[in-house]
Design a protein around this ligand. Structure first.
Ligand SMILES: [Zn+2]
Length: 97
């Protein structure tokens, strides 16, 4: 068992969440309830959002590469189409967040 550093509640080790303070860079072990209070979302939602953001980012990068490739191989028209597709993917992945 470990202790939540915020509310001092005892929590099972695998349930402890490490939260890094963005200002001081200090690591803190907290429970899920404190995490929710601190971040405004529960841990599961946070994980899902993080995963979505990562996938959206990856999709955008891949699209950008394809666009550059299309532009060089097939010309401006394909480049523009790719750019629009990239923009759309970026727009939708930003919307999910
Ligand atoms: Zn706590």
């Amino acid at each position: 068992m470990i202790q939540c550093q915020k509310c001092n509640k005892s929590i099972p080790e695998e349930k402890g969440l490490v939260n890094t303070n963005t200002q001081t860079n200090e690591k803190m072990v907290i429970c899920e309830a404190c995490f929710k209070e601190y971040m405004g979302v529960d841990y599961k939602t946070f994980q899902v959002r993080k995963e979505n953001a990562k996938q959206g980012c990856l999709a955008t990068v891949v699209c950008l590469f394809v666009t550059v490739y299309a532009f060089m191989e097939y010309g401006v028209l394909y480049g523009v189409v790719g750019l629009i597709a990239t923009g759309l993917i970026y727009y939708f992945s930003a919307k999910i967040k």
